[in-house]
Design a binder for this molecule. Sequence first.
Ligand code: ACO
Length: 451
Amino acid sequence: VENVGILAMELYFPSQYVDQIELEKFDEVSTGKYTIGLGQSKMGFCSDREDINSICLTALHRLIEKNNINLHDIGRLEVGTETIIDKSKSVKTFLMTLFAKEGATDIEGIDSTNACYGGTAALFNAVNWVESSSWDGRKAIVVAGDIAVYGKGPARPTGGAGAVAMLIGPDAPLVLDRGVRASYMTHAYDFYKPDLASEFPYVDGKLSIQCYLNALDNCYNLFCKKMRKTDPSFKGLLSLDGMLFHSPYCKLVQKSLARLCFNDFLNAAPEEREAQFPGLSQFSERCLQDTYFDREVEKAFMTYSQELFEEKTKPGLHIARNVGNMYTPSLYGGLVSYLISKSPDQLIGKKFALFSYGSGLASTMYSINICSDMSAGSKLEKLINSLHDTVSLLDKREAVEPVKFSDIMDIRTMNYHTAPYEPSGSIDILFPGTYYLVKIDELRRRTYDRK
Ligand code: ACO
């Protein structure tokens, strides 16, 4: 099978958000800390009306409806999430309610978990299946979703929530390149959720940034090496039309792009360095390990990479800036943002790389090629049009005052383990077609309805 990749995509984000300018005032931090310092504008959040099952159902159902998917034509359903509400029962089994209704129950795949990486693991599983001897000719669906919430404190403004659903199969407009995925996986306690009684993670903010950048350095260098095996003229960032990142907050993404330039700088032959990186030779003696928080290096390479950032990365940050860190769907919100920033004509034949990072830690850099085949071209057009529809919902969301946001967070926290339970969150506020939690009974079984 050829050109295996993403055939269609759908994104879900909550219908309510808190404005980061308002949140700065409410949290009594200095003006600009969240908006300029972190680069965030709005943060989507869910009340107790929504949970991981409901948001994944919403994204999946929209994908099926908008693309008229015949459920008997799906042979694999994969889920990526780190929002765990049951230590045994997978989110996938809840999603099966949609399929089982139609008598479609012969469907492989189950949940994958490791922080923000689960969505990428699920995507790779689906693509690998289509490319394997187990494949039976049907398509796969990948759903990645999370509700990202932090306790009160400096990490809270980096929350978010959302879900993405992707249809995977051959002859796709967005094709995953083969043989060049570059991973870096190791053990770290940068962000983890050891307290099963709480929805909140333990997070060492500074360590998590260092781990993210270190993983990025490793993946990028290995990715370039693998790319050069098939294309000796591959020049890293300069050979890519787009560079997308998992986005905990937008400022870290801009720093990450600068970091790639610093890698290119260190890798450049000394005699070529001055021509390619004028005025930066003073940094020739610096090394990767000592510069995660080196202000001078950061500033110099942020300045150097400003135009590259505007061109290759910033178009991918629209959703991240306006919804926040959705965890597993974050990178795929980046993909959606990038795609809708251009017309199909501008995208045909383009190549871009994606960096997926999940604390703990698991990370991969891989690349997508936008197919230049004409039949894929019309699929691309359809995909982009439907995404424009979805993203236009950003402007139809309701702004919620920080004090009310904080109260809604307290309700979630207080009732994280309450059963039986009837949620109090508004159904009116939800977008049409949104699934919501009706109740949790005394045996902690959850039931859902669709608006
Ligand atoms: N105007 C402009 N910028 C400001 C202002 C202001 N008034 N005040 C602060 N800033 C800047 C700071 O200089 C800093 O910028 P820098 O990073 O370039 O130095 C930035 O705003 C953030 O300020 P800090 O004081 O560093 O923020 P703090 O330490 O309180 O929290 C952090 C930031 C660590 C990211 C926290 O939000 C967090 O822990 N988030 C969750 C973890 C995370 O997302 N990690 C990333 C990878 S792991 C993952 O994906 C979950």
